[in-house]
Design a protein around this ligand. Structure first.
Ligand code: FNR
Length: 380
């Protein structure tokens, strides 16, 4: 009501109201190399486009006379009670999108203001403890890239636990980076100088392994990343990680139902369906396409998080109807950050939530429980 009332009252919103406009303005606001890093994907970006296009193949069937005057979007998973089913997906070095480089702190403040949890990347520029301190009452989740050195993994997970993160997202699909032509064409991250990915650079185990102070120039940082995190996580590693933390473990990047079943059998607490926004593989398969199969395989025994291609509140509602427990916003909030810092992110999240809420009202699905696959029709 607040957003809509202001608009109808003739107050021009300070930030874009559509994703296309948000993207256009973010491109103008960011230096070309940083724009390429955030907006780019793998190969010819077919998967990236497929992720977003997949939503237009589905429609929500309206139900009338339901009396959906009050909507309830609350959700609980992995011990976290949340006001809405949105979360902010991890975005490494998001500091690049912030004027002052402290994009992780800005994101955490947006989480505190909206109640939308932040998944803090291993590659935060700001140390994860500083990020956690800005989250207020909103839960934080720590995303682990899987290091070759188990002691480093253990240290990162221990730091997450000590600083109050409530779950660990283990990213499985990025032990090697995808082929990203836009990065290769413009790779030059000037703003990284001086405060490069301080989260893992400041880790005591990482530091104990150094012969000399690491260079923080961008190329050296990429080299460090590859040397440190280029480990293809295995089922045995999952057994090991399960043994070193009591925090819920959510596996990110799972798209095959067999992998989902196996992960749960081996002690994972949640599945996170994602194609990494089309930044890793470019096989052309959207994440949404695989969501129903994974939801069926999990069969209600664990939460199923989802991201890749969510651009609006309606997209989020479709993913929820397909069985996602919670839906991750990726690039849109990075663009909000680029345009307006914390305020820009808050605007993006609140607009999505308002759109989702209104759609649920208009189409007669007042609760998340009422939204299931019977609400959907394939349109193409
Ligand atoms: C990412 N993503 C990501 N994922 C992850 O697990 N750890 C990370 O550090 C990053 N870093 C990262 C940087 C940038 C610039 C982007 C755009 C994305 C992937 C992210 O969590 C999510 O899966 C995608 O962003 C979802 O796709 P869309 O909706 O952004 O297209």
């Amino acid at each position: 009501l607040e957003i809509y009332g202001a608009g109808l009252g003739g107050r021009v919103p300070p930030y874009p109201m559509t994703f296309d406009e948000l993207e256009r303005r973010a491109e103008l606001a960011l230096p070309p190399s940083i724009w390429s890093y955030v907006a780019g994907g793998a190969g010819d970006e077919r998967t990236q486009r497929a992720n977003a296009d997949a939503f237009s193949k589905w429609g929500l069937v309206p139900r009338m006379m339901v009396g959906a005057t009050e909507r309830d979007l609350r959700v609980t998973f992995c011990g976290m009670s949340l006001p809405t089913p949105l979360f902010m997906a991890p975005i490494g070095v998001i500091g690049l999108c912030a004027q002052d480089g402290h994009g992780d702190l800005a994101t955490a403040r947006a989480a505190a203001r909206t109640g939308v949890p932040m998944v803090a990347s291993t590659l935060t520029v700001d140390p994860m403890e500083d990020v956690a301190a800005e989250l207020g009452e909103t839960p934080g989740i720590f995303q682990l890239y899987t290091p070759k050195d188990r002691e480093l993994a253990e240290s990162l997970v221990r730091r997450a636990s000590t600083s109050g993160y409530r779950a660990i997202v283990v990213t499985l699909d990025t032990w090697v980076t995808g082929w990203r032509p836009r990065d290769l064409a413009t790779a030059n991250f000037p703003q990284l100088r001086g405060h490069c990915v301080a989260n893992y650079f400041s880790d005591p185990v990482f530091r104990s392994r150094l012969d000399q102070e690491p260079e923080t120039n961008p190329m050296a940082a990429v080299g460090h990343w590859a040397q440190t995190f280029g480990h293809a996580f295995t089922w045995d590693d999952l057994d090991w990680l399960r043994g070193v933390t009591d925090l819920p473990l959510i596996l990110k990047g799972i798209c095959h139902p067999d992998d989902a079943r196996r992960a749960l059998d081996r002690g994972a607490d949640g599945i996170y369906v994602s194609t990494h926004g089309g930044r890793q593989a470019n096989g052309g398969l959207s994440a949404l396409e695989m969501l129903p199969d994974v939801v069926d395989a999990v069969d209600g025994s664990a939460p199923v998080l989802f991201d890749s291609g969510v651009r609006s509140g309606s997209d989020a509602v479709l993913a929820l109807a397909m069985g996602a427990t919670a839906v991750g916003v990726g690039r849109p909030y990075a663009y909000g950050l680029a345009l307006g810092g914390t305020d820009g992110i808050v605007h993006v999240l609140r607009s999505m939530l308002a759109e989702a809420d209104l759609l649920m009202a208009v189409d007669g699905y007042p609760t998340l429980a009422s939204l299931d696959r019977t609400a959907l029709r394939r349109t193409i």
